[in-house]
Every structure is written in structure tokens, then in C-alpha cells.
Design a protein around this ligand. Structure first.
Ligand SMILES: [Zn+2]
Length: 708
């Protein structure tokens, strides 16, 4: 009979589940859980066969002495075991499978609205921890384990483990509240820490994804650029150490004299690189130093009878005057060598500690033998380097190639205190100290004139890498020489021009454009004639702008004949791409300017065809914008045609103001009206002799300055 079998299984379950149960008599007499299930079996039987009242009364009585309430209707499988009885509640319609284990404080019940089924169904072998609440008409699968104090509100699939109190949002509702601001609606929900955390993580992931996208875009953008690296001897893809952040150091001037055009070339070349790197979307940190202590400065101070720092100040001012005129932007930082004596001494001390430098009676030398890679930038062999090393008059040096890091000062020379006595830094150490200080031990670009490759930059590498143990700059960029009559321009040969001299005769934009018309690594042959040719090119740009402006003032609403329209439109569309392509290829400003002047030529041909119509207006406007945009990168084309002509009048010493020129033209027109041809011709001739060309157009008379 099922009844007795069930009782037997319940009885055995006590011994199986409760390690404290040893004695049968004890279990039969003193286990409230056993009493509860035994009487439940009886009650359930009576309830099932339809006996009224008695099962309920009996279960009510059992509750008093066991503390366990089981409704007679509950269907409970065999082997049911209730440990400590107090507090366990099993609702009427609950179904509990075989071999279940419940601890005290468990509630199997709920508030489900389904009629006749308000309580959970539990599969076999379920374990339910202390204080767990299982609510609602739900089903708990087989072999489920539910941890203490868990609240289970949803069906649990087989073989699950449920733990903790996940205060899950089960339902949202809008509640209406009356406040001072009137009736408002608020979302009423239980705060859920897990959902909040997930939301936080979600937004973090989103931010990171955006950042990665941006970095990839920048890498792709920057990655398209190629730079010739003197260190590797080839053109390489430009990838900054941190994508999107470019750190660049360029060796500046020694301020002891006026700048010559070689200085101007280097300054303009790196100024354009800086501008183009920014145009490509990089953050650029551009550092360029001033060498304000040096043998040449000391000599100049003796010559001029002023202190060395007054010499440095004077020629720094002169430098700025020239560079401002040439449109060279100020770098982000312009450190002066003498502000970094402390940092230089630190590096020299470090080099001595590492055994790479030695002291010799108040001077310190870098020992080249300790740096096996010496020569890797200039690709010179030892003999060449020995021959090429600026011979420093000190026979006691271990090796003629060793170079001074610190020099003992002679009587009356400027000096700073150091661990080796009063002295001043050697030239090379300043650039290592200032670049490491402002850009870090490793950075992206180190630049300068090609004459600095050896020994200056070679020495910078040796001392910096020996000091930090890390590679110094990643890309080494060097600009080429200027030649005059095919000979290298240099101060020692005396065949040089100062910027000041050139700017007396020529507009500064002419010099800038001329220096950018050759690739930065190639030599430039310099002559006045070359500058005059550049003047013609620049004049062509400004007169084209004047033509565009005049066309734009015209009524363009009517369609007119405009042949070459399609070709010209294609040219406009491709222009920026062609410019960038040239600049991406190792800053090829020569090619970029080639494209620009080709564009200007086509623009003039297009204007010659007297185009008209709204589309034409749009194309002309676009062309003007494009030229201005690329002009911004090269820092040319920044003035109005009127400003350009004014500058020409001044530089060419024409001796007439624009107002006077217009007055003469008016006089000539009056004469023409009166048919006084002789007078009109004379005025034209006079102006022509002064370099002003008169152009009679259909509706008015224009003028321009003769160029070239
Ligand atoms: Zn330097």
C-alpha cells in the first residue's frame, strides 16, 4: 500500500538527511518534522477520500505540537524531510517532488491570481536554503539548489543554482504625484545595483569603442603619410609613438648674427611640417630651441663690446623680426639653452656614472668608444668621423672623436657652477636636455639642417641613448642646403645673403614661396632671378583672385557659354586630394605648389571662356576657398590683392601711392574724352616708366605693378 511505503521512505529520509538521527525511538517520538509528515499522510488520505472537517482539525492540532503547517490537500512525494520544523510554511496547492530538502524559515507560497494554483511546483531533489521565499504559481525544476534568503519569483529551469537576492525590476509603473510644480509623473522602480553597474559598464565600453575608432582613423590618416628618415635612410610610413600625438624637436639658431636664407629655409620647412601635421588632425607639440651661449656669441660680445646675453637678446629679436615677416609661426615652446644648465649637469653626471663620460681638468668629454652605434645617423665610418670631427684642441682626450659635454671656462668668460668647477655646457648637450625635458626620453621627430647630421645630431643620439637606455627620436628629418652659383652657401665662404637684405628688395611672401618651391631635402639654387620668377607666380595668384572677385560681382543668374565646364569641375573636385597626396609624400611642397599653379592656370582659362550661371558662381567660390585652405597650410596667399599691390609699390620704390596712380588714370581718361591723345599717351608712358601698367578694359581702366 502506498501509504505505508511513503511513511517508510519518510522515516528513512530522516536518517539519510539528518546525521544526528541515530535512534528509531527518538525519531518516532521526538522529530516534529516526522510527526508532521506522518500525520499529513493520514490527513491527506482522509482528505482525498472526502472525509470532511476531521483532516483540517487534525492538521490544525498537529501544527500546535510540531510548529509545521501542512494543508491536508498538499501532495507530497515519499522521502519528504523537514528539519527544524518551526517556520516552514507549505501552501495548500504546493507540489513538492521526491527527495527535497527544506530548511527552516522557508515559505512555499505566493500571491498568484490563478485559481486553484497559487503555489509552486517543485521537481525532485530540490534543496531550498534557510529563509528562501518561493512565491507565485511557478515551477522549480529538478535538482535545483536555492541559496539562503533567495527570493524566487520566476520559474527555475532544471539543474539550476539560485543565490542571493537579485532585486530585479519585475514591473515598471508610472506614478502621479502632486508637487509644488503641479501634477508630475515619475517612473517608480526599485533601484537595481546590478542593472546600474551594467549600464555603467555599457557606457564605458561605448566610450572606449569611440576612442579606438578615433585612434584608428588617426592612424589611417597619419599612416598615409610618408617621411624620409635619415636614420634608416629610406622613406617610411609615419606612425607617431602615440597615434594622433606628434612630438617634434627642431634645432634652432645660435643667436649671434642676422639670419641668412639658410636659416629661413629650415624655419619655413619645419613651420610647414608643423602646420601640415595639424591640418591632418594631429595634436602637435613643437619645440625649437635658441642656442644662447656659444663660442660665436662670446666672440661677438667682444667685437660689439656688449655682454654675451645682450648679444643673444639682440639677435633673438632680429630673428623674430625676420621670421614674423616670413610667416614662420611660433613653436609651442622655444627654450633657451642657458635656462637648462641644471638639466644638462644632471645628464652629464649620469653619463659619468654609467662610464660613458670622463672628466679632464674641469671639462667633461663623452667617450665615443662606449657607444658602438656611433655613426648610425650619418652612416660615416670611423676614419671619416675622425677627420670630420670638429677638432677640439685637447690632446689629452682619449680619442679624437670624443666630444665636450662641459667646458671649463676661461678667464672672463661666462660660467656656471658645476661638480667639475666653473664652466659652460658644450653645444650638443643642450638639445638632449631640452628635448628630454619637454618631449620625454623617446619622441617622434627630430629635425634640423642637413649640416647638423654630423657631428651635432650624431652626438645627441650617442649621449641621449647612453643616458636613457632607450631609442631617442624615431624620425630624423633634415632639410637641404642652399647653393649660390652651384656652390654651397655658407658663412665661411662669404657667399651668403641675410634675410634682411632680401626683404629690402622683395616681398617676404616671395622668399617663402620660393623656398617651398623645391622639395625640402633637395638643394636650392638661389638667385635674384629665381625670386623675380617667383614674384611673377605670386602675382598670377593675386591677379586671379582679383579676376574671380570681379566675376563674382557680376550677375551670374543667367546661364552663359562655359566650355571646359566639366573638366574644370573635375579639377575642383580633385584639387584637395591631389594637394594632400603630394604633401603626404614626404611633405612634397614642390609638387603641391605645382598642382596649385596648374589649378590657377586652369582657373584663368575657365575665366577666359566668360562662364556664367549659378553653377559657375559656385565653382568660383569653391576654387577661392580651396586656394585659401591650402594657402593656410603653406602660410601663403594670406593677403588681399590690394595688399599685395601695395607691398609691390613699396618694395619696388615706385614713388607713387595708389591714390596718386588713380588720379593719373583719371587725368588720362579726361584727356581721352577730349581726344587729347598726346596727353593720354604721355601719362601712360610716365606710369609705365615707373613700373605701373595701365590696362584698358571694356568698362574701366585698371592698373597693375610690373613684376619679374
Ligand atoms: Zn640641436
Amino acid at each position: 500500500m502506498g501509504f505505508w511505503n511513503n511513511v517508510k521512505r519518510d522515516y528513512n529520509a530522516v536518517f539519510e538527511r539528518d546525521p544526528a538521527a541515530k535512534n528509531s525511538l527518538e525519531v518516532i517520538l521526538a522529530y516534529p518534522g516526522f510527526h508532521a509528515i506522518f500525520f499529513h499522510r493520514v490527513n491527506h488520505f482522509l482528505w482525498k477520500i472526502g472525509i470532511p472537517v476531521v483532516p483540517r482539525l487534525l492538521s490544525h492540532a498537529v501544527r500546535f505540537f510540531t510548529g509545521i503547517e501542512i494543508h491536508p490537500g498538499a501532495k507530497i512525494g515519499p522521502g519528504f524531510f523537514i528539519d527544524h520544523g518551526m517556520g516552514v510554511v507549505i501552501g495548500e496547492t504546493a507540489e513538492v517532488g521526491e527527495d527535497c530538502l527544506l530548511y527552516q524559515g522557508v515559505t512555499l507560497g505566493g500571491t498568484g491570481k490563478e485559481k486553484g494554483k497559487r503555489h509552486p511546483t517543485m521537481g525532485n531533489n530540490v534543496t531550498v536554503g534557510t529563509g528562501s521565499k518561493i512565491l507565485g504559481p511557478i515551477r522549480i525544476g529538478n535538482n535545483v539548489v536555492i541559496g539562503a534568503n533567495s527570493v524566487i519569483l520566476k520559474s527555475v529551469p532544471d539543474n539550476s543554482v539560485c543565490v542571493g537576492v537579485p532585486g530585479r525590476v519585475t514591473k515598471k509603473k508610472i506614478i502621479r504625484m502632486t508637487t509644488e510644480e503641479g501634477l508630475i509623473e515619475v517612473m517608480d522602480y526599485f533601484p537595481d545595483p546590478i542593472v546600474e553597474r551594467l549600464r555603467g559598464l555599457e557606457s564605458q565600453v561605448e566610450a572606449l569603442t569611440k576612442r579606438i575608432d578615433a585612434m584608428e582613423r588617426l592612424r589611417d590618416k597619419g599612416g598615409k603619410m610618408k617621411i624620409y628618415n635619415t636614420l634608416t635612410g629610406r622613406k617610411e610610413e609615419f606612425i607617431p609613438l602615440t597615434p594622433g600625438d606628434v612630438k617634434m624637436y627642431v634645432c634652432g639658431v645660435t643667436v649671434y648674427d642676422y639670419c641668412h636664407i639658410g636659416h629661413a629655409r629650415s624655419a619655413i620647412v619645419f613651420d610647414v611640417m608643423n602646420r601640415y601635421l595639424r591640418y591632418k588632425g594631429n595634436n602637435v607639440m613643437f619645440v625649437k630651441n635658441f642656442t644662447d651661449i656659444d663660442d660665436k656669441i662670446i666672440n661677438r660680445s667682444k667685437q660689439e663690446g656688449i655682454s654675451w646675453d645682450a648679444v643673444a637678446r639682440k639677435y633673438t629679436e632680429e630673428y623674430y623680426r625676420d621670421m614674423d615677416a616670413l610667416g614662420v609661426g611660433r613653436p609651442d615652446l622655444e627654450p633657451k639653452a642657458t635656462d637648462y644648465i641644471k638639466e644638462m649637469i644632471e645628464i652629464i653626471k649620469g653619463l659619468i656614472d654609467r662610464g660613458c663620460a670622463y672628466e679632464l681638468e674641469g671639462s667633461v668629454y663623452f667617450e665615443v668608444e662606449t657607444f658602438p652605434e656611433y655613426g648610425k645617423l650619418s652612416k660615416r665610418d670611423r676614419e671619416e668621423m675622425i677627420a670630420g670631427a670638429r677638432v677640439e684642441v685637447d690632446e689629452r682626450k682619449k680619442n679624437p672623436m670624443d666630444f665636450a659635454l662641459w667646458k671649463r671656462s676661461k678667464e672672463g668668460e661666462p660660467s656656471w657652477d658645476s661638480p667639475w668647477g666653473a664652466g659652460r655646457p658644450g653645444w650638443h648637450i643642450e638639445c638632449s636636455a631640452m628635448s628630454i625635458k619637454h618631449l620625454g626620453e623617446e619622441f617622434d621627430i627630430h629635425g634640423g639642417g642637413a649640416d647638423l647630421i654630423f657631428p651635432h645630431h650624431e652626438n645627441e643620439i650617442a649621449q641621449s641613448e647612453s643616458f636613457t637606455g632607450k631609442p631617442f627620436a624615431k624620425y630624423w628629418i633634415h632639410n637641404g642646403f642652399i647653393t649660390i652659383d652651384k656652390e654651397k652657401m655658407s658663412k665661411s665662404l662669404g657667399n651668403f645673403f641675410t634675410v634682411k637684405e632680401i626683404l629690402d628688395k622683395f616681398d617676404p611672401e616671395i622668399l617663402r614661396l620660393f623656398l617651398l618651391s623645391t622639395h625640402y631635402r633637395s638643394p636650392i639654387e638661389f638667385s635674384d632671378e629665381q625670386l623675380r620668377e617667383t614674384e611673377i607666380s605670386l602675382d598670377r595668384y593675386y591677379s586671379t583672385i582679383l579676376r574671380i572677385n570681379a566675376s563674382l560681382e557680376k550677375d551670374m543668374t543667367k546661364e552663359g557659354p562655359h566650355n571646359a565646364d566639366k573638366n574644370f569641375e573635375a579639377m575642383v573636385l580633385q584639387f584637395r586630394e591631389r594637394f594632400e597626396e603630394a604633401m603626404d609624400d614626404d611633405f612634397n611642397t614642390a609638387l603641391a605648389l605645382g598642382h596649385i599653379f596648374e589649378f590657377i592656370r586652369d582657373l584663368n582659362r575657365f575665366l577666359d571662356s566668360r562662364p556664367s550661371g549659378p553653377k559657375v558662381k559656385e565653382l568660383l567660390q569653391k576654387s577661392k576657398e580651396l586656394l585659401s585652405e591650402v594657402g593656410k597650410v603653406l602660410n601663403i596667399f594670406r593677403r588681399t590683392p590690394e595688399e599685395w599691390y601695395h607691398s609691390l609699390i613699396v618694395k619696388k620704390k615706385i614713388g607713387l601711392s595708389e591714390k596718386e596712380i588713380l588720379e593719373r588714370i583719371k587725368e588720362r581718361q579726361d584727356a581721352r574724352k577730349k581726344k587729347e591723345w598726346e596727353v593720354s599717351d604721355r601719362i601712360r608712358k610716365e606710369l609705365d616708366e615707373k613700373g605701373i601698367i595701365i590696362e584698358d578694359k571694356e568698362d574701366r581702366t585698371g592698373w597693375r605693378v610690373r613684376v619679374g
